[in-house]
Design a protein around this ligand. Structure first.
Ligand SMILES: *Cc1c(COP(=O)(O)O)cnc(C)c1O
Length: 391
């Protein structure tokens, strides 16, 4: 078989998992724009435009608001490694898989780690963060805004207030919230927030948007030791993005074309209409899943509009259902992570994937896959409930 050239032959998928989400044709088209040099005057302009657009979606005036090569995890690592020196205290809120990842990274960078835990599916109690800070000073507090393993949306304001009272820097993982749910960085007073391109922004994966407060920049400048990672050193990266234009790495030109276009789409839609679209359609999805007899893991009112996590009913085979959705309907949903493996489905409605048609599609195909395994519910119950919720 000739494989050295010819079509890639990748099928179209409706992406309703925890990311990536579907990409708008305009973004794909932008990615086919000719590659120029990473110091080309037009490209430098595009970087400035992208910074402006990122400030808009992060709702911030932070000067350092840019996109690091790599995925959301690169944003996470950059946030931690720029602030933490070996021996520095960090308090991490852990109520899911990505809180664990924050801990893992913080430990590797030599932090003195303290965990404030909540069961998977619950929010972190802000009072517990406050108590931990009162007990012993910490340089950094890190929490996940939308925990993608559970669908929980963490209230940030009370945690930010506690950080403020105790002089700690606040790091917020906004990977699954940015572009689908408000991420008001300045109103929160968050010091470092980061995200990815492939979830709420509906861009291919490959960049990590990040925004850094003046306070965090000052803390990084005051370090006694150099930042452990050369590649993720934000002071070096900033010298490329600001007027110095000092070469640090070769920017992923094509990805920045795509990101700029995706951010333009967000601006054209407007933040408020975009958030309410995600809110309205996730309510409809939840109404439909509930009508099918499924239970939602996260309690009201702490549900992320971008990702709904539903318990798999007793006796239903997880993989069989997900395989049927993929092979028969070219539709992807996510399985559970960690202790929730085989226990839950994770259904994302992010960016371009967040449409009424997709809500009705996933409810209808899920119903038939469940019925095939003997699950009993009224015919069409999910779709009917979703339509009613949307009326
Ligand atoms: C997806 C995700 C990450 C990691 O992002 P990658 O792009 O997969 O590296 C980090 N935090 C949260 C909350 C996520 O959902």
């Amino acid at each position: 078989m000739e494989t050295s050239r010819g079509d890639l032959n990748i099928p179209f998928r409706t992406l309703l998992g925890p990311g990536p989400s579907n990409v708008h044709p305009r973004v794909l088209r932008a990615a086919t724009t000719p590659v120029v040099g990473h110091l080309d005057p037009r490209f430098l302009e595009l970087m400035d435009e992208t910074m402006g657009l990122l400030r808009f979606v992060f709702q911030t005036r932070n000067t350092i608001t840019l996109a690091i090569p790599g995925t959301g995890s690169a944003g996470m690592e950059a946030a931690l490694v720029n602030l933490i020196e070996p021996g520095d205290g960090i308090i991490v809120g852990v109520n899911g898989y990505f809180g664990e990842r924050l801990c893992e990274m913080a430990s590797r960078h030599g932090a003195e780690l303290r965990r404030v835990e909540a069961p998977w599916g619950q929010i972190i109690d802000p009072d517990q963060i406050e108590r931990a800070l009162a007990q012993r000073r910490a340089k950094v507090v890190a929490v996940v805004h939308a925990e993608t393993s559970t669908g929980v949306l963490q209230p940030i304001t009370p945690i930010a207030e506690a950080c403020n009272r105790h002089g700690a820097l606040l790091v917020v993982d906004a990977v699954t919230s940015l572009g689908g749910s408000p991420v008001p960085v300045d109103d929160w007073g968050a010091d470092v927030s980061f995200s990815c391109t492939q979830k709420g922004l509906s861009c291919p994966p490959g960049l990590a948007p990040i925004t850094v407060s003046e306070r965090a920049v000052a803390a990084a400048h005051a370090r006694r030791s150099p930042i452990q990672s050369w590649y993720l050193d934000l002071s070096l990266i900033t010298k490329y993005w600001d007027s110095n234009r000092v070469y640090h790495h070769t920017a992923p030109i094509t990805m920045l074309y795509a990101l700029r276009e995706a951010l333009c789409l967000v601006r054209e839609e407007g933040l408020e209409p975009r958030w309410s679209r995600h809110q309205r359609l996730s309510h409809a999805l939840i109404a439909g899943l509930t009508a099918l007899g499924l239970k939602i893991l996260a309690p009201e009112p702490h549900r992320a509009p971008t990702l709904t996590v539903a318990r798999i009913p007793e006796g239903i085979k997880d993989l069989e259902v997900r395989k049927a959705l993929l092979s028969e309907h070219s539709l992807e949903i996510g399985g559970g992570l960690g202790p929730l493996k085989g226990q839950v489905w994770r259904i994302g409605l992010m960016g371009e994937s967040c449409t009424q048609a997709n809500v009705l599609l996933v409810l209808s195909v899920l119903e038939s896959a469940l019925a095939r395994q003997g699950w009993k519910c009224e015919k069409g119950a999910g779709v009917v409930a979703a339509v009613k919720a949307l009326a």
